[in-house]
Ligand binder design. Structure first.
Ligand SMILES: [Zn+2]
Length: 253
């Protein structure tokens, strides 16, 4: 069909073009409004202490071994456990402090806690362990975290594992929360379960755990545990585990 222009036809065409243009403008405005950034929620003034999840917590971090006592030895690198424990414990300290906790370290350098006043018959290991516990009592600790590295002759063994004292309910709860968090945050190849263990450092009646961060007898895990990145990740994961326990135990502390 041939369209014959006329006055009436021209008007119809103008109206149609106008409609299309208006529709276009309307659509564009609607799309623009949708893309406008949302107004931020009003900031509620709070004291900084109130927003930190672990403020008010007094936590002892114990880098296992030290000084005369090297602990286990990494199979490939030959690095002593005491050194890795301290490096990881420092990261735990940092991550806990960021979350508002007051952190007390049993040692901050390569040393044991033995004295010249050790009575005859008491072993250095015994005195060292007693002094770590005494330090936790003196600090009025709400929690004790002892940091260690595991080893086993079968080099295929790997994965972090958390130990608590049999009969200590809060310790068991902390160990469970910690184990779960370490698995979630570190995705280890081997997923272990928290276990009861007979360790001297766990004798206080506050939630206490001994964390075997991984196996320095396993080639791949040794590499990880020696890297600064993984140590930092571990520190954050342990602090996250404490936070998870703190949320679970609200009001129990
Ligand atoms: Zn150890």
């Amino acid at each position: 069909m041939q369209w014959l222009p006329g006055k009436k036809g021209e008007r119809k065409l103008t109206m149609a073009v106008l409609l299309v243009v208006l529709l276009g403008i309307f659509t564009a405005v609607a799309a623009f409004r949708q893309n406008l950034p949302k107004q931020p929620d009003p900031v509620v003034a709070e004291s900084p202490a109130a927003v930190l999840p672990l403020s008010g917590w007094r936590i002892v971090v114990d880098p296992g071994h030290g000084g005369y006592d090297g602990g286990a030895r990494a199979r490939d690198s030959g690095v002593w456990e005491k050194e890795i424990n301290l490096a990881v414990a420092r990261q735990v300290e940092k991550a806990l402090t960021q979350r508002g906790a007051a952190v007390f370290m049993t040692r901050t350098k390569d040393e044991d806690l033995c004295t010249d006043a050790r009575p005859a018959g008491k072993t250095m290991k015994r005195e060292d362990m007693e002094n770590r516990v005494a330090l936790a009592v003196e600090a009025k600790a709400d929690m004790v975290l002892s940091i260690h590295m595991n080893e086993y002759r079968d080099r295929s063994q790997s994965g972090p594992q958390v130990f608590y004292r049999q009969g200590c309910d809060s310790g068991r709860l902390l160990a469970g929360a910690m184990q779960e968090t370490l698995i979630a945050q570190l995705s280890p190849q081997k997923r272990r379960a928290a276990l009861a263990g007979d360790y001297f450092i766990l004798q206080l009646d506050v939630p206490s755990v001994l964390i075997e961060c991984g196996f320095i007898s396993n080639a791949a895990e040794e590499k990880l545990l020696l890297s600064k990145d993984y140590q930092e990740k571990l520190g954050q994961a342990v602090a996250q585990g404490v936070e998870s326990y703190a949320a679970l135990s609200q009001g129990i502390k």
